[in-house]
Structures are given as structure tokens and as C-alpha cells.
Design a protein around this ligand. Structure first.
Ligand SMILES: Nc1ncnc2c1ncn2[C@@H]1O[C@H](COP(=O)(O)OP(=O)(O)O)[C@@H](O)[C@H]1O
Ligand SMILES: [Mg+2]
Length: 458
């Protein structure tokens, strides 16, 4: 596995090449830049762990890179190269945030020692980061992993909202982590001992959703249970109700929901006396709710009532720094699950992960890595394995083929696994429409509903 990325910034090709030779090692990837603008671009693209920067870069000054590093990649360690005897410059560099300095004519042994020490520091930081990552938060799918500023902000907001009881609207593309953040908010809030009830407003048929949400009184309608039914709002009493895909909620139900939000009371279907509940509401949508207001598909008053707290989770392609940490976390997660010992990715495979646009976001990343585990025969994931899968997954929404490859004996329960894959595939293909999905699978809708529940897809 590739562990360290080093960027050498020097205007003289001879110096760049000799440093590269000196530092070459199988655990290191060495990148080169000849001037400040090249260096800045490489920093953004590759997030190197260590930078070795010449003080004098032609007309430019290597130290001018320090504020840029501090702003865009503060974890990077910078070592400044100075001409022999120029201690004043070295001191200036350290004052401005460089980790250390090296004199150009130093003995190669000294140079190696300083670099090794810096990389040791990088290693420690990475270890601490991994530990922190696994302690920042957990949800049903494993630790919550993030590195980007945007996700740090998301988690800060989630923590802030967890301290209060306000309604929170989560917006983001499918697979960006909305459900995960909703879970996180509930389980870090004072309501954590009480239930978190989730309802997917898009997955439950319109006719059923009202009685699901509000419950009904005995004899409310023909076919109703004689004892009546406790709705989800009531079940969530003391806890949190998470309304997923809220944009799919029919307009008539939006007004009933608004009433609950405003009064803390609701009426069962067929009921006459309002019941009091103490419920905290979270809502999520992958549609732009604000745009739906204009089309009058979503009530403005409900929108404002939901939007007290607001979290936008950006798509994965807009926070590329999260891709590799997430990919590595999923590798660890599936190593445990499938009793494998995959170490990671080749540099080419990492580049592939970084370049892909991830229309299905983290859910897609997770699924792809899970599938790689089933086909991979080596201890390191290469570009080829990934390439095939990324392409397959990008086109999977247009084709009706469910590709399955299962290594028998390697998987806890191959049959369940295969069933889940097929159901998931049909579910995506049908865009979460139950009758279409049931048709695709050739099973009755009730059977489909059982599977959807079993595999926690609704
Ligand atoms: N930052 C993250 N760290 C770890 N796992 C994540 C992260 N974001 C999303 N996931 C995982 O990706 C998958 C999709 O997330 P989910 O919350 O279901 O997305 P959404 O509700 O926005 O469609 C889930 O398996 C979730 O556990
Ligand atoms: Mg979700």
C-alpha cells in the first residue's frame, strides 16, 4: 500500500531529480513541481503528506507557499531548502510555519534523517486520525468518515442540532449520507434512549401513508383493525421521527403534518380527540424543496417550519478529499465482514476513485468496494477491478442486467446476499416504485415489501 506522498518543489531539474533519487522508496510516491503555481495545483490535486520546497525558486520565493498550504492542506509538513549558511532564512521559514529546514549541500545522510523524522510524524498523525475517525461517531453502517471542510461543517452542525430539539431539514443527493446524519443527530441527542422512527414518504403508497403516520381509531374505515392502530408519530413519542424523501409527501398530508409540528398534537384517522406527543422531527430530501415551492408542490409554511435547522450534504464529487478515507474505511469494514485481508488500492486505482464522478455518492462507493471484495483474488485492489465495476455501476441504471459474482465459501450467506443484490438492483432500477420493482422481479408486491423491509431498503 502506498503510504506517503512527497512533493518536491525546485526550479532546477537537476536538484529535483537528485532529490527524487535520494528519497525513492516503495512506500513513497514522489511528485515534482518547478514553480509555485505548479506546486499549488499539485497540492490541491494530490494532497501530499510532505513538501520539500526550495527557498529560492527563480524569481519566486518558496516561503510564499506556506500560507497556501496552511489554508488548503494544513496537515502537510513543509521542509524548506536553503542555500548553505543562510540560517536567517531558515529561521524565517520556521517562523512562517515550516516544519524544518535543510541546507542544500547537506550530507545525504542528514537529509534522509530529517525526511524520515518528518514522515514518522506523518505516520503518527495518520494513526491518530484513524483513531479519531473511529471515535467521532458511529452509525449502523460503521464509523462516520470525513476529511473535507464541507463535511466537517456538516458534522459541526449535526452536533449543534443534536443539542437542541429543533426540526432539521437535510438536503443532498441520494447516497450522500442524509439518513446517516439523521441517525447521528438522534443518537447524540437527549432523546437517544427513545425510538428513532423512520418513514420513507416516497416508498409507502399514498393511500397507506396517512394511517401509517397518524394511526387510526377502531372502525375508522372498512378493513381497519378492530383495535385501531398506533401510527408512527405516536410510536416516536419521546423520540425522533425521521421523514425521509419528504418531497414525496402528498399536499393534503403536508397540512396535517404542519398541524402536528405546530401544535405537538395529532388526530388519528377517524379520531375526534387530538393526542399530545413529544416528538422531534427530522426530514430529508434529494429534491430541491425550494424549487418545489415555486411549483406549488410543496407547502411554503411547512417548508419554513421544517427548515429551522438546515444541513446541505454536498455530493462526493465536490468533496474529493473524503473519497480515499471513505474507501479505506470500507476496505477495513469489509475485511472484517468477509474475513479477508485486502490492504488497499494501487496508486492507479486510487487515481481512478478520485477521478470518477460518483453519481450514487457514498452508497455507490460502498457497493463497488463490497463487490470488489467478492471478485478480488489479490491483496491489493487494482485499477482493472475497479474500472470494470465503476463502468458497470454507471450504466447499471440503463440496463436490466443484474451482474452477480459470488465466491462461494467466502461469503457468510451467499443466497441471502444474492437475493439482496437482485432486490436492490430492481429497487434502484424501478426508482423506488414498488409495483415496478415487483414486476421486474416477477414477485407479488407483498413479497417485495417483505424483502424491502428485511434488507432495510424502506
Ligand atoms: N461520511 C460517511 N462515513 C461513513 N459512511 C457513510 C458516510 N456517508 C455515507 N455513508 C454510508 O453510505 C451509505 C449511504 O448513506 P445514506 O445515509 O443512506 O445516504 P442518503 O440517505 O443520503 O441516501 C450508507 O451505507 C452510509 O452508511
Ligand atoms: Mg436515506
Amino acid at each position: 500500500m502506498l503510504r506517503y506522498r512527497i512533493l518536491i518543489v525546485d526550479d532546477e531539474q537537476i536538484v529535483r531529480n537528485s532529490l527524487r533519487r535520494l528519497l525513492q522508496h516503495h512506500e513513497r510516491e514522489i511528485l515534482l513541481a518547478a514553480n509555485l503555481s505548479e506546486a499549488k495545483q499539485k497540492i490541491i490535486e494530490t494532497m501530499p503528506d510532505l513538501l520539500i520546497v526550495d527557498y529560492k525558486l527563480g524569481d519566486e520565493n518558496g516561503i510564499d507557499l506556506l500560507p497556501f498550504v496552511r489554508e488548503h492542506h494544513p496537515e502537510a509538513i513543509v521542509i524548506v531548502l536553503t542555500a548553505y549558511g543562510n540560517i536567517a532564512l531558515a529561521v524565517e521559514a520556521i517562523k512562517k510555519g515550516a516544519y524544518d529546514f535543510l541546507q542544500k549541500e547537506s550530507d545525504p545522510a542528514i537529509l534522509r534523517h530529517v525526511i524520515d523524522r518528518a514522515l514518522e510524524r506523518v505516520r503518527l498523525r495518520k494513526e491518530v486520525e484513524m483513531l479519531q475517525l473511529s471515535h467521532t461517531g458511529h452509525h449502523a453502517g460503521g464509523p462516520i468518515v470525513f476529511k473535507s471542510k464541507a463535511m466537517k461543517r456538516v458534522m459541526e452542525l449535526a452536533n449543534e442540532y443534536a443539542q437542541s430539539d429543533c426540526t432539521v431539514l437535510l438536503e443532498g443527493e441520494t447516497g450522500t449520507g442524509k439518513s446517516m446524519v439523521a441517525e447521528y443527530i438522534h443518537y447524540t441527542s437527549r432523546r437517544k434512549e427513545n425510538p428513532l422512527i423512520t418513514i420513507n414518504c416516497g416508498a409507502i403508497p399514498r393511500e397507506l401513508i396517512e394511517s401509517e403516520l397518524f394511526g387510526y381509531e377502531a372502525g375508522a374505515f372498512t378493513g381497519a383493525h378492530s383495535q385501531g392502530k398506533v401510527g408512527l408519530i405516536e410510536q416516536a413519542d419521546g423520540g425522533t421521527l425521521f421523514l425521509d424523501e419528504i418531497s414525496d409527501l402528498a399536499v393534503e398530508l403536508q397540512s396535517k403534518l404542519l398541524f402536528v409540528l405546530e401544535k405537538g398534537e395529532f388526530l388519528r384517522v377517524g379520531g375526534v380527540t387530538p393526542k399530545k406527543v413529544d416528538v422531534r422531527f427530522l426530514a430529508a430530501t434529494n429534491a430541491n424543496l425550494h424549487a418545489l415551492l415555486q411549483e406549488r408542490k410543496f407547502r411554503q409554511d411547512l417548508y419554513y417550519r421544517l427548515n429551522v435547522g438546515y444541513i446541505h450534504i454536498p455530493p462526493l464529487r465536490d468533496r474529493k478529499e473524503d473519497i480515499l478515507p471513505l474507501a479505506h474505511m470500507f476496505v477495513q469494514y469489509f475485511n472484517k465482514k468477509f474475513h479477508k485481508a485486502i490492504e488497499g488500492f494501487t496508486p492507479e486505482a486510487e487515481a481512478e476513485l478520485l477521478n470518477y464522478t460518483w453519481p450514487g455518492n457514498i452508497r455507490e462507493l460502498r457497493n463497488i468496494i463490497e463487490r470488489v471484495f467478492l471478485i478480488s483474488k489479490t491483496s491489493i485492489i487494482g485499477k482493472e477491478e475497479l474500472h470494470l465495476l465503476v463502468n458497470a455501476s454507471a450504466s447499471s441504471l440503463n440496463d436490466h442486467v443484474c451482474r452477480l459474482e459470488i465466491e462461494l465459501g467466502q461469503c457468510d450467506n451467499a443466497l441471502t446476499y444474492a437475493t439482496r443484490r437482485i432486490v436492490e438492483h430492481a429497487w434502484e432500477l424501478a426508482q423506488h416504485n414498488q409495483s415496478t420493482a415487483a414486476k421486474l422481479l416477477g414477485i407479488p408486491r407483498t413479497t417485495l415489501q417483505n424483502y424491502l423491509q428485511k434488507f432495510r431498503l424502506i
